[in-house]
Design a protein around this ligand. Structure first.
Ligand code: KG4
Ligand code: ZN
Length: 334
């Protein structure tokens, strides 16, 4: 529940397969939130079907808005603004969020700010409490992106490297599909891997090579291995795949931390929900004496709260980039 003195933004996220809305204060407190997942809808197809995603967003977006406002106990008249994801993401899904936000903003007489989804993920590490300290190394690992960036202040983001092909989350999802584990595969592969032995020497792509990532060759190596060894224990395949991913992430983070000054390591995006990623990062950061900043589990995957908190930055800096939905958008842009 909110205090009468709280300033509040309504954050709306519909870029992919979650319809999510939250009421957020400038300090990152989340007063009410609702997320309607489309997992069941897409699971039967083994992956996201964009047209079905857009329709499901249309169905659920006002339910999510109502639920978040009711949980917060807030009348729309009290909102300072609405923040909505304008990209990157699926164009049809983004359009549902943007159109809804515009209609609500018009009806409620509130400004509407288009927010970069990646900046939302970045801010997720400060939800509920402030964690991030600068200078910081950012590792963003989601279904759509895998990148490293350096931040010396909240206004200064410099990209250091990104994937040249698949994202990490995409690789998890595709390996899950090969193992017949359904969609989204990340959490299932991660859990299964804990019961297996990492005995298969899958490649560690681009390990010796700078700060870019590549996961397509690793995914193909898993596919080829399964074609040759159809009876291999799935838990061992998952464990070996996860071991390769974790080693790549750790080597790249350590390399980046040698190259840039960083007081903290911030890991965000859906794959940051992985307990294995979290444990490995904790061990590495303890070893290096770097502060680890992770979003609470609930805010690691896509959500409206991170969009609301990012929208506060836009307001504070007077940034208004408009509301045109955009399928690709870089982290360093608004
Ligand atoms: O950030 P996100 O919710 O959506 C995008 O912006 O892409 O990330 C979704 C990705 C999916 O690939 C999903 O499989 C992965 O995050 N993911 C996980 C876990 N939870 C979600 N991967 C590994 N372990 C998890 N626990
Ligand atoms: Zn995301």
């Amino acid at each position: 529940m909110s205090d009468e003195s709280d300033e509040l933004i309504l954050g709306l996220e519909t870029s992919c397969d979650d319809t999510s809305c939250a009421v957020v204060a400038p300090d990152g407190r989340v007063l009410g939130a609702a997320t309607v997942s489309q997992i069941e809808l897409h699971n039967q197809w083994g992956g996201i079907v964009p047209e079905l995603a857009s329709r499901a967003h249309i169905d659920k977006v006002l339910v999510a808005v109502d639920t978040a406002l009711t949980e917060a106990g807030v009348d729309p008249a009290r909102l300072t603004a609405i923040g909505v994801t304008r990209g990157p993401g699926l164009i049809g899904s983004l359009k549902v969020g943007v159109d809804t936000a515009q209609a609500l903003g018009y009806g409620w007489d509130k400004p509407v700010l288009g927010v970069n989804h990646l900046r939302g993920h970045l801010r997720s590490a400060d939800l509920e409490e402030k964690r991030v300290t600068f200078p910081a190394l950012i590792l963003l690992v989601s279904g759509g992106h895998t990148l490293l960036a350096h931040m010396t202040s909240s206004a200064d983001i410099r990209l250091l490297g990104s994937t040249v092909d698949d994202s990490l989350g995409e690789a998890y999802d595709k390996v899950a599909r090969m193992l017949g584990l359904g969609y989204p595969g990340g959490p299932v592969v991660d859990r299964l891997a804990k019961d297996g032995t990492a005995s298969i020497p899958f490649p560690r792509p681009m390990l010796a090579d700078g700060l870019n990532f590549s996961f397509s060759g690793l995914k193909t190596a898993v596919r080829n291995f399964l074609a040759e060894h159809p009876d291999a224990p799935p838990a061992d395949v998952a464990a070996s795949f996860v071991a390769a991913c974790l080693e790549v992430l750790e080597v790249k983070c350590r390399r980046a931390l040698r190259q840039v000054e960083a007081e903290s390591l911030v890991i965000v995006g859906g794959v940051a929900a992985s307990p294995q990623v979290r444990q490995r990062a904790e061990a590495m950061c303890t070893d290096l004496g770097v502060k680890l900043c992770l979003p609470p589990l609930r805010w690691s995957t896509d959500n409206g709260a991170m969009i609301g908190l990012a929208a506060w930055d836009y307001l504070a800096r007077g940034v208004d980039v408009g509301l045109r939905p955009t399928s690709s958008l870089s982290l360093d842009l608004f």
